[in-house]
Design a protein. Sequence first.
Length: 203
Amino acid sequence: MMVRFSVNGVARELDVEPGERLIDVLRERLGLTGTKEGCGIGVCGACTVLVDGRAQNACLVPAASLEGCAVTTIEGLSQGGLDPLQQAFIDHQAIQCGFCTPGLVLSAKALLDENPAPTEDEIRAAIKGNLCRCTGYEQVIAAIASVAGTGYRALDDEVEAPVQSPELRAGAGWPAEPPTATPVLDETKGTVPSVSSGGGEGR
Ligand code: FES
Ligand code: FES
């Protein structure tokens, strides 16, 4: 079926298969390999992208459900230079292998676009669906906190979907709450978080 949506502000019209996932469209068809695939089942958050500003696991999103949507990947944040969040991750040494980083940055962006001055607890809650196996979380939280309250604003204001049809959106069968298991952030720096089921906040 033909689906029209935007990716990082560029209008796309693609013929997608019923079971085709957004992550495959991004990586295999559009060459946007900044979106990583870890678990493929909605647990690790490595594939996090923004869909209409909301953090979503691209491995769980059917491409066929994207009619009229605006998708933002990590590539979309650095079109005019590094996003303040990306710079903050560098400055706070919140990156080691970097596999989790695109997803973490986009989860943080979704938070700050909605809540420009979150508390530490709110930051922890926002990234609870993103696993990091080598850096730990303290540097990540510090990086996000350094941007919080600094006037960070949605960089996607200029990104508009090519189609904004409520009728099509309503008929697209968007999965309101995809089934997922949600990792729980371990308070201990540098350890691998445990994973519990439920409470996925849409991811
Ligand atoms: S690859 Fe999508 S959540 Fe792990
Ligand atoms: S930096 Fe390696 S998984 Fe997070």
